[in-house]
Design a protein around this ligand. Structure first.
Ligand SMILES: [Zn+2]
Length: 316
């Protein structure tokens, strides 16, 4: 069995003992569950868990340790080209998952295929067709209601994996049709046990989220640079705004995330955390930084967002 099996991927995720137990069972047994909602804060490991479960549900010849890592489905999943997986996330400046993602029958740029169209045909080479909806709380009421229909009468080959960091804003009717899996953050003591090399400051910066902490410890330089950047901000002049914007973009590029948008949004999230704890910083700066974060998550052009954020901060 290859290293890419579900078991070994779960083992490499820190913490999350009870959530991992559920995902392990769902990966290896047919429990009649069509939809799961995996929830937890940024960096808790929910997106990693969602990927692991998605791969296992797609795999055409799963074994006792989950996905085989070798079939066409597993190989295309690894290359991010699995045709039986539809990945939906928020797009646009408003960062909303619009109804077109779920039921639109005409091709739209943002969502070339809707979930309903996707589920209409049986899998090509995988065991199931999987719709993976990240940040499910960003569905507006039209898309939530459209999704409900999908959840009410699913084909046997249909599986849905939803993730959110805001379970309280998910429609109760959707919640009641999903198996909810909580990615609870470990206590500080547990984190210290899991990561003996972590300092209290690392844990603060990771906001107690184990996957985030793991990334920070793996490559601490860029994170320390962002902390230092946040400390220096209150002492900068308005004329430096554009230079700082460029510098911040460089810092974001050095983070270890999955692609530029993730790096840019992570950098902003960390900057907001640092600013919120910095007594020298204008108290509104952290809020503005979080607004910029939402903008970047919703596909806003990062450099333009950074430019206006730092100009606004330094002239306030
Ligand atoms: Zn496989």
């Amino acid at each position: 069995m290859q290293n890419s099996s579900t078991d070994s991927k779960l083992d490499s995720l820190p913490g999350l003992a009870s959530a991992k137990r559920v995902v392990r069972r769902l990966s290896t047994e047919e429990l009649g569950v069509h939809a799961v909602l995996i929830y937890g804060t940024v960096g808790s490991g929910k997106d990693e868990l969602a990927e692991i479960l998605t791969e296992a549900w797609l795999c055409s010849s799963p074994g006792s340790s989950g996905a085989c890592g070798e079939c066409q489905s597993c190989r295309t999943f690894e290359r991010k080209t699995n045709a039986d997986l539809l990945h939906i996330k928020p797009v646009g400046a408003s960062s909303i998952i619009r109804q077109a993602a779920v039921v639109q029958d005409d091709t739209q740029d943002d969502y070339p295929v809707s979930l309903r169209q996707f589920f209409r045909t049986s899998p090509i080479y995988s065991r199931h067709k999987v719709g993976l909806i990240q940040q499910a709380h960003r569905m507006n009421s039209a898309s939530s209601n459209a999704l409900l229909k999908t959840l009410e009468e699913p084909h046997p080959y249909v599986k849905l994996v939803l993730t959110t960091d805001s379970i309280s804003t998910i429609l109760p009717t959707i919640l009641s049709r999903c198996l909810a899996i909580s990615c609870e953050l470990p206590t500080e003591d547990e984190l210290m046990r899991l990561f003996p090399a972590a300092t209290k400051e690392d844990i603060l910066l990771a906001e107690g989220a184990p996957v985030r902490l793991q990334n920070i410890l793996r490559k601490p330089g860029p994170y320390r640079d962002i902390q230092e950047f946040a400390r220096s901000l209150p002492h900068r002049k308005p004329s430096e705004a554009l230079v700082l914007s460029d510098k911040f973009k460089d810092l974001a590029d050095k983070l270890d995330g999955a692609g530029a948008r993730v790096n840019n949004s992570d950098a902003l999230a960390m900057l907001a955390t640092c600013l919120a704890r910095n007594p020298d910083a204008n108290p509104r700066w952290a809020q503005w930084t979080l607004a910029a974060h939402r903008h970047v998550v919703g596909n806003g052009a990062a450099q333009a967002v950074f430019d206006s954020l730092f100009a606004r901060m330094l002239t306030s």
